[in-house]
Design a protein around this ligand. Structure first.
Ligand SMILES: Cc1ncc(COP(=O)(O)O)c(C=O)c1O
Length: 352
C-alpha cells in the first residue's frame, strides 16, 4: 500500500505569497525599499560565470560572519533563511510527540514545523493588554518539555524580555534540561541581544536572518548560532550546499562596506518615527516596542481595510484576528518614510 505521512497530509500551509511584485509590500516585514540600487549593481558586477556554475563555498563567508559576531566558525551554521534553521533545531532537539513551548501569537512556522514532525506545541498566550507574563512561560516548562522557543523581539507583538526576565526563564529551562531557541530575526531593529548566551552556554541557540534589515529576503540566508556540538547536530540536517553563493556575496559586501548597515538603520528609524507620530496624531492605538512592524488597532473592520488596501491602493498589509484588547488588528511593516506616507494616506482614506 502506498504510504502518505498523515502529519504532512493534514498539514495546513499557506502558499499565497506570489504575485506580490506590483504591490507596496508591507505584509511580510521585508524592506520595501531594499538596498541602495548603486550598491546592488556594484555587488552584481562581481558575479562571475564560475560563481554561478560552482557549488557555493561556505568557509570564507562563515569566517567573515564569525568575525562580525566576535566568535569562531564552530559556533555557526549557515542556513537557507532562518526558517530552515528553526526546522532543523526542532528536528534534532525534540522527539515524536515531544513537548515544545512557545508564545502565541508568533511566527506561525513554529507551529507548522511542530505539526510536520508530530510534535506537541504548547501555546503560552499573551495577556489581554498584549503584555507577556514571564511566569506563564516558566509555568509551562514541565519536566518533559524538550524545547522552549522565545523571540527577541517577538513578531507580531514586538515585545522583548529584560535581562532579568530572560535569566529567570533560562534558569528554569536549564534546571529542567530544556533546549532554548531564541529567534532574533528582528535584531538590528532592536539592538539588545541574547547572542552571548548561545556563544558561551550549551543548549541555547540563536537564529538570525539576512532577510530583514539586511534587505536580502530574495536571496535566502540565515544562520544558527550555538555551542559547537549543537551546531554539528544542525549541520548534519542541512541539505547539501544549502547556502547560495549570491546571498553570501551580498551579505559579505553589506558587512564589509562602511555605511551600508547604518544607512539601512537610519532609513528605518526615520520611517518608524514618522509612522508612530502620525498614528498618535490620528488617535490610533498601536503596539510594537521593537522590530520593523507595528500592530495598529483600526477604527473600522480590519479585514475590510486589508482587502481595500490591496484592491484600491495596491498595498499589502496583514490582519491578526482577536488579539487581546486590540481585537482584530492590522500589522504593518515599517519601511522608509516615503512608504509610510503612502500607507498613512491610504489608512486615513479607507478607515472611516
Ligand atoms: C519571527 C520570525 N522568524 C523567522 C522568520 C523567517 O525568516 P527567514 O526564513 O527569511 O530568515 C520570520 C520571517 O518573517 C519571522 O518573522
Amino acid at each position: 500500500m502506498y504510504y502518505l505521512n498523515p502529519n504532512i497530509e493534514n498539514l495546513y500551509r499557506i502558499f499565497d505569497q506570489n504575485e506580490r511584485k506590483d504591490y507596496l509590500r508591507l505584509d511580510l516585514n521585508e524592506n520595501p525599499g531594499g538596498l541602495p540600487e548603486e550598491f546592488v549593481k556594484e555587488v552584481l558586477s562581481g558575479v562571475t560565470p564560475q560563481l554561478v556554475a560552482q557549488y557555493p563555498e561556505t568557509l570564507h563567508f562563515t569566517e567573515v560572519l564569525a568575525k562580525h559576531l566576535g566568535t569562531d566558525i564552530a559556533h555557526l551554521c549557515l542556513v537557507n533563511g532562518s526558517s530552515e534553521g528553526i526546522r532543523y533545531i526542532i528536528q534534532a532537539f525534540t522527539s515524536e510527540n515531544g513537548r515544545i513551548v512557545g508564545v502565541v501569537p508568533s511566527y506561525f512556522m513554529f507551529q507548522v514545523y511542530s505539526e510536520m514532525y508530530g510534535r506537541n506545541f504548547v501555546k503560552v498566550p499573551y495577556n489581554d493588554d498584549l503584555t507577556m507574563d514571564v511566569d506563564n512561560i516558566i509555568n509551562a516548562l514541565t519536566d518533559d518539555t524538550q524545547l522552549l522557543i522565545l523571540l527577541n523581539p517577538n513578531n507580531p507583538m514586538g515585545n522583548v524580555y529584560t535581562a532579568d526576565e530572560f535569566e529567570k526563564i533560562l534558569s528554569t529551562a536549564k534546571q529542567k534540561q530544556i533546549t532554548v531557541l531564541i529567534d532574533e530575526t528582528y535584531h538590528y531593529f532592536y539592538p539588545k541581544t541574547f547572542m552571548k548566551y548561545a556563544l558561551t552556554q550549551e543548549h541555547i541557540f540563536v537564529t538570525r536572518t539576512f532577510s530583514k534589515l539586511f534587505s536580502m529576503a530574495g536571496c535566502r540566508l540565515g544562520y544558527v548560532a550555538g555551542w559547537p556540538d549543537g551546531i554539528k547536530m544542525v549541520q548534519k540536517l542541512c541539505t547539501p550546499h544549502n547556502t547560495n553563493a549570491f546571498a553570501m556575496l551580498f551579505a559579505e559586501k553589506i558587512l564589509e562596506t562602511p555605511g551600508v548597515l547604518d544607512g539601512l538603520i537610519s532609513g528605518f528609524n526615520e520611517g518608524r518615527s514618522y509612522l508612530i507620530n502620525e498614528l498618535d496624531k490620528l488617535g490610533y492605538p498601536h503596539k510594537g516596542e521593537a522590530g520593523n512592524f507595528l500592530f495598529i488597532k483600526p477604527k473600522t473592520d480590519a479585514q475590510k481595510i486589508v482587502e481595500r488596501m490591496k484592491q484600491e491602493k495596491k498595498i499589502l498589509i496583514k490582519t491578526y484576528p482577536n488579539v487581546g484588547e486590540f481585537g482584530d488588528c492590522l500589522r504593518v511593516t515599517i519601511g522608509e518614510k516615503r512608504f509610510m506616507e503612502i500607507f498613512i494616506s491610504a489608512l486615513v482614506e479607507l478607515d472611516k
